[in-house]
Design a protein around this ligand. Structure first.
Ligand code: TNX
Length: 504
């Protein structure tokens, strides 16, 4: 008999020798927070009423027992009962996600196969990124994306809060940013921003699903919107041939200081590097954001500062990273910042080159490791969820080696992307979703699913070659089995023809 389908693939899974456990009268007990979550998820999955009862009386019991590595869990299901134990609350939460994936329909009834699973993550950091700057996505959408990601055992939500098209986070120290620079977005559509209360709500919601929030303020480039509020802080746009080409191909107008930018070109804007006012601004922005963010990381961006001289760029990221470190946060920067001498040595690098690096991007990534810090891997031609899934897809971009099939999103191994680094140098992986073409939750779902599951597996599951489950053939079968669950969860996944979707 084939193994039941779990995504991301668990460390070990064995079929038991009893019948499946029937969910004819489902009840959960034990850890109260976990019982509530399990009852809600099982009810959504099956449509059944799931009772919360005392541990002794429960069909499914859940406890935190402190045994094992952080975020790990053990699950044992027999015909009579299921026992789930987490090393910590996060581990228990991930065990529940596994349990819900195991639920199967048999005619009019529901059951869970007899299995024993031992599971825990390969990497400590498993992120998704949502760009709320190109198109704004409000609190409800962000919460829905948190639920989707947490169900696949992601534990970090990176919010790309600022870009040329708009500033999306309210700050008391700099109220002009949202007052004057938040109402625009790509295509001239309306913008928006998170109030401080909204942001707190997101942080708390994420925490309840064992996710941290990693806020990004992208500097020194991607800062055209800052100039709407503070003209004195920004340079004139650099109108390179590349920018003119994007305007020719995608329409919109050329960026002009003082006017909102609603196109999709990148790399034309910069803060003034040699003006102390810029660093006063950064101190206010990062200082306030640090106070609002319980997670350990602040992302300073640093990508595509194409109009900035290397020496100026280096000076800027040195000061920005030091500022963040002085706030007792760990700076994160896109890999370009690795080229900067003087970058704070605690800075985590985020690699967005290809699975097979080009243009020395791997050298820049290795520089973070040489400093003694780690890397987050976001290979663009594998797990940039904003790439078109097929060449004729309505949504998405194609710059990262054309359309990205589900198979391509799956078929890469984190430890071999940057030569010379090992698992110990990798903090984790992250799947970004840039939103130039993405206006709402349906569009997010269509681009993210099912490829987000491939990214989840790269972050959580054993390395390729270290588990019989870590093959494309196994993955496509397992992911296909999740279709009915995603449908119940109202996830508008792409019904990719690379996958055999199960029906219920
Ligand atoms: C590159 S990769 C960007 C973003 C775009 C994205 C679109 C990186 C750090 N920057 O500014 O939105 O491509 O795929």
């Amino acid at each position: 008999m084939s193994l039941p389908s779990v995504v991301p693939a668990p460390r070990s899974i064995h079929l038991g020798d009893t019948d499946a456990m029937s969910l004819a009268a489902p009840s959960v007990g034990g850890d109260p927070a976990a019982a509530r979550i399990a009852a809600a998820l099982l009810a959504t999955r099956t449509g059944l009423d799931v009772e919360i009862v005392s541990t002794d009386a429960a069909l499914i019991t859940m406890s935190v027992d402190g045994i094992g590595a952080p975020e790990s869990y053990r699950l044992a299901v027999t015909s009579g009962r299921a026992e789930l134990m987490g090393a910590d609350a996060a581990g228990l939460f991930y065990g529940i996600q596994t349990l819900v994936q195991l639920v199967t329909r048999n005619g009019d009834t529901w059951s869970v196969p007899a299995v024993s699973i031992q599971d825990g993550p390969r990497f400590a950091y498993r992120g998704v990124m949502l760009d709320v700057a190109r198109h704004f996505h409000g609190v409800e959408t962000v919460k829905a994306y948190i639920d989707r990601a947490a169900g696949l055992k992601f534990n970090a939500l990176h919010l790309h809060l600022t870009d040329d098209q708009g500033w999306r986070i309210q700050l008391r120290s700099r109220p002009e940013l949202t007052a004057m620079a938040s109402s625009s977005s790509v295509g001239g559509r309306p913008g928006g921003f998170f109030t401080k209360t909204d942001y707190r709500e997101i942080v708390e919601y994420a925490a309840s699903r064992h996710m941290i929030v990693v806020p990004e303020i992208d500097v020194p480039g991607h800062t055209h919107a800052v100039g709407l509020a503070y003209p004195e802080l920004v340079e004139e746009p650099v109108l390179s041939e590349h920018i003119r080409e994007v305007v020719r191909d995608y329409g919109g107008s050329l960026p002009k200081n003082g006017a909102p930018y609603d196109g999709v070109a990148v790399g034309f804007s910069s803060l003034k590097i040699h003006d102390e006012k810029t660093y006063d601004f950064l101190a206010d922005v990062f200082g306030e954001l640090a106070g609002m963010t319980p997670g350990p990381y602040l992302h300073l961006g640093g990508d595509e500062a194409l109009g900035t001289e290397p020496a100026d760029f280096a000076e800027f990221v040195r000061r920005a990273s030091e500022l963040i470190a002085d706030l007792d946060k760990i700076p994160v920067a896109w890999h370009e910042a690795g080229a900067a001498a003087g970058l704070h040595d605690s800075t985590v690098g985020q690699y967005w080159g290809f699975v097979t690096p080009t243009d020395g991007m791997d050298d820049k990534a290795r520089a973070f490791v040489r400093n003694g810090a780690q890397l987050i891997l976001s290979p663009a031609d594998a797990i940039y969820l904003d790439m078109k899934p097929t060449p004729d897809a309505a949504l998405g971009l194609t710059w990262a080696n054309g359309a990205t099939s589900v198979e391509r999103s799956y078929s890469w191994e984190p430890s071999t992307v940057i030569a010379g680094i090992t698992d110990a140098d990798i903090l984790g992986i992250e799947a970004p979703l840039w939103t130039e073409t993405v206006r709402d939750l349906d569009a997010i779902d269509t681009l993210a699913f099912p490829r987000i599951a491939a990214a989840a597996e790269a972050g959580w599951s054993p390395a390729t070659g270290h588990s019989e489950l870590r093959t494309w053939d196994s993955f496509r079968t397992r992911v296909g089995a999740l279709g009915p669950m995603w449908t119940k969860q109202c996830i508008r996944f792409s019904e990719s023809d690379e996958i055999d979707w199960s029906r219920e």
